[in-house]
Design a protein around this ligand. Sequence first.
Ligand SMILES: [Fe+2]
Ligand SMILES: [Fe+2]
Length: 397
Amino acid sequence: MIEFDPRDNPALEPVLTPVLKSASGSASGPSPGTDAPTDRDPAAEDLGAADSAQATAVAMEDTLLTPRFYTTDFDAMDRIDVTPVRRDWDELIGRMKQDVNRKHFKKSADWDTVDWDNMEPRLKKELIDFLISSCTAEFSGCVLYKEMKRRGSNPDITELFQLMARDEARHAGFINDALREAGIAVNLGFLTQSKKYTYFRPKFIYYATYLSEKIGYSRYITIFRHLEKHPENRIHPIFKWFENWCNDEFGHGEAFALLMKTDPKLTSGVNVLWIKFFLVAIFSTMYVRDHQRPVFHAALGIDVDWYGEEVFRKTSAITKQVFPITLDLDHPRWKKGLKRLQQASLQVADGKRRGGIGGTFTRGMGMAKAATAFVSLYTIPANRHDVPVSSRMEPAY
Ligand SMILES: [Fe+2]
Ligand SMILES: [Fe+2]
């Protein structure tokens, strides 16, 4: 799953866009925001995508914090040599090939009926919004991984991406099934052809995708464990599927950890600053986005601040397997900075809605506030630690 694109947070655009643009220059890659290749093999055939103009329109909006599609320098990825991590690599691929979740993503007797018609309208809107954004995140992963499989010739790399694309197609398809019950479905085939593709250098793909997979695991398992204790808050049956599901995401994260392990330069020197950048951008983006769904979280009985902290702590503990730093979540500036960023994003949205000179001014002020908050978060000294020789880890939450 690709849970995130830092440019999906307009309040942060003045900081994130120039930084990523200046750093993504590559002779062989297309420019950022490029159109989809026309010879694309639409991944929708795996998903049985149904049509609905409404949901597709929502997913098509490049609005606040909706996932985007990525493309990268596929030749560079093809040159990866996994020899330094061969043992862990073969073990991981072996486990993925066993495919223990082969039969998991099917509705069973556990799938309770959802009373969409009588659901409180705001809850219904936020739940559907959650499902659509999750579906697009899963599908973003599917498209990128499938493309890597298609363009590559390195047998290790193509095998891995084939297996991960298989999982993500199932995940997206399963959410799409749930959405269809609510009378809507994202037309995924149409999305692949019409969405803008964002170019990222391979190392940015590693950082962003690795973190997306691990934060995706942490999010799903935190919700699952909470609802185990509070089944009365399970507003939709899909959450029952999250335990086995998040183990797929954990495994995908393991694969990216190993890819980073093949080249020590990726996690040392100036790249540590990039790692920190992605940590701050991804954590803060998640924080802002989750605060946009207050009714959804209240129905689940989840305090959004508690949830964010849980997910950040789990993700931080996991990323020690490969990153030499973690963010200092106990620093007094951390929570303050996140709150300021959240307020700034509300201000930007408000300015945008109002329009005119006044609206533009409000928006500009919001963006300046967001930029200051981001710099404040980024400049908190990080915790440093030693990285283990083997990145191997089991899902333990
Ligand atoms: Fe997934
Ligand atoms: Fe995944």
